[in-house]
Design a protein around this ligand. Sequence first.
Ligand code: ARG
Ligand code: GLU
Length: 730
Amino acid sequence: MRQTIRLYLMLGALLAANFTASATEGMWLPHLLGSLNEKEMKGMGLKISASDIYNVNKGSLKDAIVSFGGFCTGEIISSKGLLLTNHHCGFDAIQKHTTLQNNYLDRGFWARNLREELPNPGLTATFIVRIEDVTKQALAGVSASLSEKERQSAIDKNLNGIKSGAVKESWQEVLIKPFFEANQYFLFVTETYKDVRLVGAPPSSIGKFGADTDNWMWPRHTGDFSIFRVYAGKDNKPADYSTENVPLSPKHFLPISLDGVAENDFTMVFGFPGRTSEYLPSNAMKLLVEGQDPARVGIRDAALKVIDGYMRKDEQIKIQYAAKQASTANAWKKWIGEMQGVRQTKGVERKLAYEARFRQLAGANSEYGTLLDSLNQLYTDLAPYAVARDYYTELVRNVEMLTLANSLVNMIQDTRNKGEDKYPALRDRFLATAASGFKNYNNDVDRDVAAALFDLYFKEVPSNKIGGEGYQIWMETNKDGRTTANHLYSKSALTSYAALKAFLDRPYATVEADLWKDPATRFLIALRNGYSELVSKPYDAIVPDINRLQRRYMQAQMDVLKDRRFYPDANSTLRLTYGKVGGYAPRDAVEYDFMTTLDGVMEKYKPGDYEFDVPEKLRELYASKDYGQYGQNGKMPVCFIASNHTTGGNSGSPALDAYGNLIGLNFDRTWEGTMSDINYDASICRNIMVDIRYVLFVVDKFAGAKHLIEEMKLVHPKKAKVAPVRKKAA
Ligand code: ARG
Ligand code: GLU
């Protein structure tokens, strides 16, 4: 008896050592900082309190943070609604205003006054007003005996009740999201501003300096920022775009520190991380890095080779494909880094060790002990379908003709469901979307992408996951990607807007019948039928079981590993992460410093290069060392890294100092560290930020937009003897 207790205690100690996440791991919910993190944060250097970060009764840091368009983060940096985010977050907006004559991507854009700021229909900025735990109400009456479907519908009903009962103002919205694999639910009251205008952007040779070669890499020298302004109605409330709207007067805006960072400085990143999966079992991690990542990388490799070739030789195509290429390349490179990082840090082995200890502690034969084996088995069963699913999804995503054919088929199905009389309206909406797609479309590029991807698809995906119809067309076209592509692109109505419009401007019955005659839609339908029968159906049959066990496993980890502090996976809700400024050593004999300077920009400078050109004005400023108040010891700081745990969606998030002043702008992670989405490792995971002084230097010295600097509040927290009292914005 005594011995078992001792063994148990020893095990506990072992677990404590191994399972206590590093202090810098975690994306924490802002309203729980006081109970979970404040003490540790203060120990690491925080000089303000948790209630200065999140407070529902007075302006706090959270009131300066917005979800930018739902895909990035932005922060308010002036009393007149000035918003800072990344260049790559504003990229779509900048591209939409760009033409060959007014090439804002190339030359940058700076509004000289409010009237010159450019509206961006559809772009939004969302503030978080309040967060509440509604787990109890959400799970009321939900018992373990319910099927996944029944459970969900019971919860949905509860959520509707909670939503309609929530206290909020008329212009606010309520959002409830599941956390910890749907073991907990939190409610968010939000305010979404719909008039967000472009104020300024540096040329891509600063904002995207290093482009794909440097993306996800350190040392980095990118000035990845752009500036917008949030507009409100005259009552300061959200309003649709109108010339009558006025700049937002925020509850809080971030003061900007001119004092820079030193090694080991405490930092926080506050924003909207999109998605992480930190609590997967080992087989899921294996599937991801050995099956799914390679599949997705393979397809995009082939697509990017074609697109890059065209973009480098044709200016028009370069503009048309800029945003698409950037997003395709971005995930492609991230997945490569993820595979490498997990391999290098033995991620799967570490998961296995974690699972062995979990099993021991839970009791191998207990319910918790066995559920892990079942969960791992489910991922093994899922693997072939998951990989085939990624191949199909990536094929349809990257061959735009198939993307278009797919939405055309959806529209026809929609018509079939809703009734033929709805056709004209559905068609017109479809055509409007298609029209904007065609603006950034080039048939030659797409045909060549298709040729390459067809070869890959039919080589890599087993025929029993493709199906007879698709395979037959592949045989008809000699099992050759080029022949198949030529066949589709020479005969389809989907190659131009005019042809598509003519195809659809006919009686509904004719259009429906002709879907089978058009080679592009015929091919898509054939592939899609095979996919849904042979891949999607069996995949969907396994997923509910995975969800159920993943939820149980999450709860089990929280129950069994009492001394591990758990944070919920990212789900695009507001989170705070904290860490320290510092370099890292990714490989034997390689050690990275924590900060880069303009010297490094000039080292990388290649005149006229696609990725590494440097604008003349910047070279002049470098030559004369004209850095004004932004330089440090004769150098111009550009980027720095720290151990904040971030992910996609954290782009544009403010990097804050111990007082809550803005010191940088988060925009990336280091390559080896992209695995932090499934396997955070404090020794090599670093987030990359632009130094705020570089941002201000570019705005002021490079662009001459002094009026923007005057709007901001610049502070010197390190030079001040006592901690400055944070002032609430007017
Ligand atoms: N890797 C960063 C992120 O995930 C920056 C992406 C933008 N840059 C690019 N070359 N695609 O968003
Ligand atoms: N660039 C990413 C974004 O758009 C942030 C980098 C990351 O994934 O950490 O959100």
